[in-house]
Write a protein that binds this ligand. Structure first.
Ligand SMILES: COc1ccc([C@H]2[C@H](O)[C@H](O)[C@H](C)N2C)cc1
Length: 449
């Protein structure tokens, strides 16, 4: 262990109520929306092959042409209530919304730059109606904020000269001003999801970022900040020089999911996932493999089974409408959640040996186990290995309690649940009510004689 001033300030999970609420979410929605949503990955009839929200960095578009998109941003179809209703029906318990992506365009009328929605034909603040509508729908809001800001002349990828450091000092002040402004304007938001923090200039700001994180946490008790915000004084990100997690949860799982509980290191984490292979902002082409509802449900189940949250991304169009493919995915996920949400919300790693048929979750604070079945074996026999001295007192289909199962014990603490049919076409859940086999004191006494 090396001594660090700006490393992790906490080891182990946060134990407060605000973090317990975050831990219980299970399913979240990500929203990437901004000027990049207007071109949607296309420009002058050419298709940009990268992620649509990165089109400004493409040599097929001039920076000034991209920046002039601000004069065309007028999302007349934007309806925060409709967005929140779709998220609520999907079963999202939190939403992470881009306030400012790498291009620097602010969806709120920031006092510290003119490159905001206030300078667009739309003029009005977009973040407040979203926060209010989602909160009204019972959904918590986390604000995405990119430190990297291509619109700000003081931003630097690295600090090489005296001029660079003078400019970057201005940029650090600007960044702090915007973050405090967001916390002041949107007091009900629960956290900040930082991005654009890998460049050398920011990685060198361990002390500044550490002080800023402390200041923001003081300003908003309970505030949730992940491992992407700051580096330690050796430039280590996500995990400090001693391997300790920076921030409150691990944010490294971008379009990927851990396979075993050991990869999670006992931390809280969330996985942020795109529907296409790698498109966060609206991409008209919608090309490559588009994940199906069952694939996305399996990712959700896998995340919760390994103590994480699953955050599914939506990329609204420049006009403020949400594309029909995303709305139908949300609808189908919501239909499944309406029946099976008990196996997701407030659930955690069950501590059981994983089986090929799917994933186990456990209701936090109880002995209730859920079997989320995605891959029905041709035998129809689902193997369950429980901890020793644990038995199954009841087994039934979630949503159809009359459909019960009598486990076949094949050896100590190992049973088969025999399905009635192997022709299920969609994922389903079996609930196992388990109990510790308590020693009967009378029996013990008799033995002793
Ligand atoms: C350098 O590779 C990157 C950098 C940033 C990203 C951004 C995406 O634009 C999106 O905002 C995602 C959450 N973030 C990691 C993706 C790939």
């Amino acid at each position: 262990k090396v001594s660090l001033v700006h490393g992790a300030h906490r080891t182990g999970r946060r134990t407060d109520a605000a973090m317990a609420r975050w831990r219980a979410y299970g399913l979240g929605q990500f929203i990437h929306w901004g000027l990049y949503s207007i071109p949607g990955g296309e420009w002058d009839g050419k298709t940009y092959n990268g992620a649509a929200e990165w089109i400004r960095s493409w040599d097929g578009i001039t920076k000034s042409a991209y920046d002039s998109l601000i004069y065309h941003f007028n999302p007349v179809k934007f309806d925060a209530t409709a967005w929140a209703a779709a998220a609520q029906q999907m079963g999202a318990k939190y939403v992470t919304i881009t306030t400012k992506h790498h291009d620097g365009f602010c969806l709120w009328p920031s006092k510290y730059t003119s490159y905001t929605v206030a300078s667009s034909p739309y003029k009005k603040d977009l973040i407040k109606p979203l926060v209010d509508a989602y909160n009204k729908a019972g959904i918590d809001v986390i604000l995405y904020f990119s430190i990297m800001d291509w619109s700000n002349p003081d931003w630097r990828y690295d600090i090489k000269t005296k001029d660079d450091s003078i400019a970057f000092e201005r940029f650090k002040k600007f960044t702090r001003n915007q973050l405090l402004e967001l916390l002041e304007r949107y007091p009900t938001t629960k956290g900040l999801w930082f991005d654009g923090t890998w460049d050398n200039a920011w990685v060198k700001q361990a002390a500044f970022a550490d002080e800023l994180e402390t200041e923001m946490r003081k300003m908003r008790p309970g505030l949730i900040i992940g491992s992407r915000f700051r580096a330690d004084e050796n430039g280590k990100r996500h995990f400090d020089t001693n391997g300790q997690l920076m921030g409150d949860y691990e944010q490294g799982w971008e379009r990927k999911i851990p396979n075993t509980i050991t990869e999670v290191h006992g931390n809280d984490w969330d996985c942020v996932m795109t529907v296409p292979e790698n498109q966060w902002g609206y991409n008209a082409a919608w090309k490559g493999h588009i994940k199906t509802t069952d694939e996305l449900l399996e990712m959700l189940a896998k995340c919760v089974s390994l103590d994480g949250n699953f955050v599914l991304n939506f990329g609204p169009k420049g006009d403020g409408s949400i594309r029909k493919e995303e709305l139908s995915l949300a609808r189908e996920i919501g239909d499944w959640m309406a029946v099976n949400q008990e196996a997701i919300y407030g659930c955690e790693y069950a501590g059981l040996e994983p089986q090929n048929w799917g994933y186990f979750t456990k209701k936090t604070g109880t002995d209730k186990i859920y079997m989320l079945v995605f891959n029905v074996p041709v035998s129809g026999a689902l193997r369950v290995k429980l901890p020793v001295q644990t038995s199954i007192s009841k087994a039934y289909r979630l949503g159809q309690p009359a459909q019960t199962f009598v486990p076949e014990e094949i050896q100590a603490s190992e049973s088969f649940i025999h399905l009635k049919t192997t022709s299920e076409k969609h994922p389903f859940v079996i609930v196992l009510e388990t109990a510790k086999k308590t020693e009967n004191p009378k029996v013990k006494y008799e033995k002793a004689k």
